[in-house]
Design a protein around this ligand. Structure first.
Ligand code: BES
Ligand code: ZN
Ligand code: ZN
Length: 489
């Protein structure tokens, strides 16, 4: 449980009190906290510089069993992400020490010239996101998460921000749900099983659930989606989750790429390329988790999640390079490369969603291209849209949540690269240069006049290394971003 507390640290017994400390300035108005900070600075090994850590036990002036000081560095360099990471580190250290609770002091907003709400939000997020262990597949569970996380603030701040802990906890639970799905191995989340996993969670918040199976997809004419699924003996699904609050004035469709394993198909990937391809459903995971969080938060917007779920495998029944298929929209596609499968399942899902729901805005989330990782690295997502206001909204959410995004261009003349000699369009561009852009342009051919953005999360969806508030594995990227976008639409 996340909580704000303003209880007296001199009297209240906590297992651990964590105090973030600056190297060049006292950042606490509270006298007990500032004198504890001074005391910490008397120790040679602690200067308050970044990564600095000091733990003192059984202090007489305070009831906590241990006080942990974490260095923040210089005051003018501190931003919300550093606070998020510091809170994350505090929680991780307490988990490592096998504790059950922590109290983290929130520095004075005035001292840091920051907005107090932003500070609390960031610290709640970092702490909550860090309080997660993926040990579903370990026989021996070596660690457990903390039972209670408190942020220490003034009584006035606590009462003005009462609404925040449950809100942040709901959103971060969504991120963690997505992380777990992404980290899960592909043998336990083949399309039908993954649909059931999502259904179990979606039921809890009373989302409307519709699942189209292979027969429905055949009848419906989802030729592009079926072409990707053709090689697998696990049958595809198109899952639709609907959150429809009464009196909603706006509607949003979220489409998430749900390739539960991307082998590349007949254009099979080399060994290095196959590594991590169980995470090719990260878009679908983030979209499903966002809907679940949005329902818990009672968002005022109608949101429809459309999840094409397939496994991309080579076999005797698999689609061949050069095959031509008819999409849901009626256009024909030459499948120049079976490894460019994400765009194929997305266009059928997008066409279906636009026809059926006529949304005001449509955003798709996909681990779409290796080229996007080359362009922006592993921590930044690419945003593609013709709509400047939608770009601005997503970029602002990216800054606020630190799920970083960078807008990429959609040059009209690059569409030439998608020409096919035999069909209306080719899924394989004529060059590998600009691969993230040509993939987005391919999608753009199927969105009509709908206000649309595509977010390529191939880089940030997954991390091989643990970060300050995320263990190695799925990151849940997109859930906090999209939950924040909802407030801006
Ligand atoms: N799932 C991959 C993209 C990907 C690559 C995600 C690395 C995460 C990490 C996608 O389906 C793919 O294989 N794309 C190809 C497209 C190409 C064949 C046009 C790529 O990026 O190489
Ligand atoms: Zn692929
Ligand atoms: Zn893929």
């Amino acid at each position: 449980m996340l909580k704000l507390t303003s209880s007296d640290i001199k009297k209240t017994v906590f297992e651990a009190l964590v105090i973030p400390v600056c190297e060049d300035k006292n950042i606490y108005e509270d006298l007990a906290l500032s004198s504890l900070t001074k005391k910490a600075m008397l120790h040679k090994e602690f200067r308050g510089v970044k990564e600095n850590e000091l733990i003192l036990y059984n202090l007489t002036e305070i009831a906590a069993e241990r006080v942990m000081f974490l260095g923040l560095g210089k005051a003018d360099k501190i931003d919300h992400e550093l606070l998020r990471s510091t809170a994350g580190k505090a929680v991780r250290t307490c988990i490592d020490k096998d504790l059950a609770e922590v109290v983290i002091a929130v520095p004075s907003a005035d001292a840091l010239h920051m907005d107090v709400t932003t500070m609390i939000e960031a610290m709640l997020e970092g702490a909550c996101l860090s309080n997660h262990i993926f040990d579903m597949y370990k026989q021996e569970k070596k660690q457990s998460v903390l039972q209670n996380i408190h942020l220490l603030v003034t009584p006035d701040t606590a009462s003005r921000h009462k609404y925040l802990p449950p809100k942040i906890e709901t959103i971060c639970r969504g991120s963690i749900l997505a992380r777990n799905w992404v980290s899960m191995p592909a043998n336990d989340k083949r399309p039908e099983a993954f649909a059931r996993l999502i259904e179990n969670e979606a039921r809890k918040v009373k989302l409307k659930i519709e699942i189209l199976d292979e027969k429905d997809l055949q009848k419906g004419g989802f030729g592009a989606l079926l072409a990707v699924a053709a090689g697998s003996d696990s049958k595809p699904r198109l899952m639709v989750l609907e959150y429809d609050p009464r009196s909603a004035k706006k509607s949003l469709v979220l489409v998430g790429k749900g390739v539960t394993f991307d082998s590349g198909g007949i254009n099979i990937k080399p060994t290095e390329g196959l590594d991590g391809m169980k995470t090719d459903m990260s878009g679908a995971a983030a979209v499903a988790a966002t809907l679940i969080s949005a329902a818990r938060l009672k968002s005022g917007i109608k949101i429809i999640g459309v999840l094409p779920l397939v496994e991309n495998m080579p076999s005797g029944s698999a689609t061949r390079p050069g095959d031509i298929v008819k999409t849901y929209a009626g256009k024909t596609v030459e499948i120049g490369n079976t490894d460019a499968e994400g765009r194929l399942i997305l266009i059928d899902a997008i066409s279906y969603a636009i026809e059926k729901y006529k949304p005001d805005t449509l955003i798709d989330l996909a681990t779409l291209t290796g080229a996007c990782v080359v362009a922006l690295g592993e921590k930044i997502a690419g945003i593609f849209t013709f709509d400047d206001s939608l770009a601005a909204e997503i970029l602002a959410s990216g800054q606020k949540t630190f799920e970083r995004c960078w807008r990429m261009p959609l040059p009209e003349d690059y569409k030439e690269l998608l020409k096919s000699d035999f069909a209306d369009i080719n899924n394989m561009p004529g060059t590998r240069y600009g691969g993230a852009i040509t993939a987005a342009l391919f999608l753009s051919e199927f969105v009509g006049n709908t206000r649309w953005a595509h977010i390529d999360i191939a880089g940030p969806a997954y991390s091989k290394k643990a970060g300050a508030y995320c263990t190695a594995g799925g990151t849940g990227f997109g859930v906090r971003l999209l939950c924040d976008v909802l407030d801006r639409l």
